[in-house]
Design a protein around this ligand. Sequence first.
Ligand SMILES: *Cc1c(COP(=O)(O)O)cnc(C)c1O
Length: 376
Amino acid sequence: MSVSPIAFIDLQAQRARLGDAVDQAIAKVLDHGRFIMGPEVAELETRLADMGGAAHCVSCSSGTDSLLLVLMAWGIGPGDAVIVPAMTFASTAEVVALTGATPVFCDVLPDTFNMDPASVESAVATAKDAGLNLKAIIPVDLFGQPADYPAIQKIADAHGLKVMADSAQSYGGALNGKPVGSWGDATSVSFFPAKPLGCYGDGGAVLTDDADLAARMRSLRVHGQGTNKYDNVAVGLNARLDTIQAAVLLAKLDIFADEIEKRQAVAARYAEGLAGIATPPAVIDGAVSAWAQYTIRVQDRNAVAATLKEKGVPTAVYYPVALSDQPAYAHYPRAGNGTPVSQALAHDVLSLPMHPYLDAATQDRILTALKEAVGA
Ligand SMILES: *Cc1c(COP(=O)(O)O)cnc(C)c1O
């Protein structure tokens, strides 16, 4: 008997459900021909802002560029410092370094994998001791779960710092009844295809209530334009979202809330099935995760992953090395006691297949294989 291969993220199941909607949305753009800043871009920005509980949305070319646009608009540069978690994708620290500022790494919590507020406090001291102008904190909503924004905001307020949420993985989630997009001074979102809300290429957006910040980013994403294209008032970027990608996202938004619901059901089934096998990821009180990933910790991670692969179960490791240990970032300062939790996580995290269309029978296959692989 042959069993069908298991997808880590099943974009084809979503495509089948959407039917012709995306094809028609793309065809419409091909017909009207406004490939750059066409009408779909503004329509998408309105819907994203509404759903994220923000007054303004500025779409752009990627999640990375959305982080960069905010830092540029805030005027962050050489001599400044920004606190970032050590357990994250490269972009979070990369954009800080690109502005000429210094990323200061803090550690994360061992159960939620998100920024540890105590380590953020410690990183504040590190930055000040180094004589840097500490300007901002970038909490990351790792694997889809909002960071502890109330605790982080308290620290930011005490030290006069901005907060930019790196919500690349968590758009669609919420904390204490407030949607992702409404926490901090600005929220960065990614539409990379594998994110919970993904387009068919690169894309991103910033959500904010700050009208001045939004206006500056609208200028920066088009070469720092002033009153027109040939009036350059700032050094900017070419960082617009393609109209075709906006059209794809508009079609996908119609089913997005339902997909987030479905992810809750998949996560709940995993949590139940993991009893006696592994500890399910912790979700803080009041949080709705967008479940971009379902990540557990296992001993002998690489061996377990290899056994699962043999059994036809794909897995992924986010991230195999703490960002603070990567060659490009190892020389940047870190919170007083370093980033030991991030380093430990890099050794034992394992992400299981996760998407809204993962059915119970397939999850059973995954859990059975996992149970054998860990010898439970
Ligand atoms: C994906 C991701 C980004 C970058 O998004 P891109 O759209 O790929 O540029 C930034 N931060 C985190 C935490 C991410 O997961």
